[in-house]
Design a protein around this ligand. Structure first.
Ligand SMILES: Cc1cc2nc3c(=O)[nH]c(=O)nc-3n(C[C@H](O)[C@H](O)[C@H](O)COP(=O)(O)OP(=O)(O)OC[C@H]3O[C@@H](n4cnc5c(N)ncnc54)[C@H](O)[C@@H]3O)c2cc1C
Length: 416
């Protein structure tokens, strides 16, 4: 299949690739998106929490700053997307309640609240009684909590559906085929080669293939994104609307568990975090752990109907930060490696890539999140000087060898 020349081809139609394609098309670029199964990856698994505050950790302040900057873009992103696509994305802003049980849990949560306050994050400490007043389904044993009222959430499956509808309105071409590799002429990317034959010729390629981003043929080893799959199992349950009024999370038996309510009564219960390679099997043990822990938090959860179970692969990176921006290979940009936060980070990622396509100066994060610009935090070039191409011809020699871009144990998406 040969597709007419396009300004930009986006590899991967998860929330990240679709958001990039949408923002690029709105700027007037001709865009093609290639994916054998749009919306079927991690974006189909995601709970949709937009929760940079309640997910803050002591070592990840740059990620917090990215998350806050992207969260600030979500209201306009959701409104514009819903308006253009005619699909509501269930954007909700009632915040996250993080709760603790034993005295050790409570002390740890108190220390985290100290850290959040030091960073000037808007949080309120609640007693056990105040937690139950806010969320009557919580277990009587809850000792206290921290309410992050600025956190929000969306339904990622609706976001994907809305983006696909918006792309269709923008005239974006969707090719339902796997990209086998890059088409390179000289030292410049000229498009992509498709698995079923043919190519899409383009001025720029944006690689947004999630956990599979490191598996494309013909990408120089120096440029290949260091992305690995991090498995997450998740369940969807159905109760009465209002079963929970906001996202509820806690640490039970040492593992994190959360519940995310949707407007229609759905409760998303997640998630495991497993280093299992490209394994997307849903296991009895994974589901059992989720239910066991959730029951401690909200005993009534076991009464709910199970409507869906799923396992997705988060695109993890060595430093848990995404890879967004230009690579050392002319014409190739990355929008990948979003790990646990791709839904949260898609507005920021899409705006940043659209700015890069237009050659605009790199944006600062602005406001309370001021500090190093996005380009510095997310640069695909940051993994050491060895990752820059010192000899641009070196990789072309390697390309003739046995599939240098393929890593062992990384099946193509249709083999999932
Ligand atoms: C259980 C779970 C819960 C999560 N909860 C949250 C949450 O609450 N909030 C949040 O912000 N994030 C969450 N995440 C993380 C989030 O889902 C990811 O960061 C995000 O979906 C990544 O989006 P993506 O578009 O990069 O990748 P994906 O959604 O994985 O999309 C990649 C796409 O690329 C396609 N593809 C692969 N190879 C090729 C190829 N060669 N050619 C063409 N196409 C290809 C695939 O078919 C797929 O459609 C969660 C993840 C999991 C697993």
């Amino acid at each position: 299949m040969n597709v007419p020349h396009t300004d930009v081809v986006v590899v991967g139609a998860g929330v990240v690739g679709l958001s990039v394609a949408w923002r690029a098309a709105r700027r007037g670029y001709t865009v093609t998106v290639a994916d054998p199964a749009p919306g079927s990856g991690a974006s189909h698994a995601a709970a949709g929490m937009l929760a940079p505050v309640s997910e803050v950790t002591y070592t990840e302040e740059p990620l917090l700053r990215l998350g806050l900057a992207s969260l600030a873009r979500w209201p306009a992103f959701a409104a514009e997307l819903s308006g253009e696509a005619g699909v509501e994305v269930d954007y909700r802003t009632e915040g996250t309640l993080d709760v603790a049980f034993g005295s050790d849990d409570l002390a740890a949560l108190g220390e985290l609240a100290d850290f959040m306050e030091k960073l000037a994050l808007p949080v309120d400490r609640l007693t056990g009684r105040e937690c139950r007043r806010a969320e009557p389904m919580l277990a009587p044993s809850v000792r206290g909590g921290v309410l992050a009222s600025g956190d929000a959430w969306v339904d990622p499956r609706r976001v994907t559906a809305a983006l696909l509808a918006a792309l269709s309105r923008q005239g974006v071409t969707l090719v339902t085929d796997r990209v086998r590799g890059l088409a390179v002429e000289g030292d410049v990317v000229r498009g992509v080669r498709l698995a079923r034959g043919g190519r899409v010729s383009a001025d720029r390629v944006v690689l947004a293939a999630g956990a599979w981003s490191g598996s494309l043929d013909g990408v120089p080893p120096e440029v290949l994104p260091p992305v690995r799959p991090v498995k997450g199992q998740i369940m969807r349950l159905r109760g009465d609307p209002g079963f929970l009024g906001r996202c509820v999370r806690g640490v039970v038996h040492g593992s994190h568990v959360y519940m995310v309510p949707r407007g229609d009564g759905e409760i998303v219960l997640g998630a495991t975090q497993e280093e299992m390679g490209f394994d997307t099997r849903v296991t009895a043990g994974g589901l059992w752990e989720l239910l066991r822990d959730a029951r401690e938090l909200v005993p009534g959860v076991t009464e709910l109907e199970v409507t869906d179970v799923f396992a997705g692969l988060r695109p993890g990176t060595p430093d848990n930060l995404p890879l967004i921006g230009r690579t050392a290979l002319e014409g190739l940009l990355l929008a990948t490696g979003h790990h646990r936060g791709g839904v949260l980070l898609c507005p920021l990622t899409a705006d940043f890539i659209a700015g890069e396509l237009a050659g605009e100066p790199a944006q600062d994060l602005g406001g309370a999140a001021a500090g190093p610009p996005v380009a510095a935090i997310c640069s695909p070039l940051r993994f050491g000087p060895g990752r820059a191409i010192s000899d641009p011809h070196r990789w072309k020699k390697e390309e003739r060898g046995p599939s240098p871009g393929l890593r062992p144990g990384s099946p193509a998406p249709e083999a999932r």
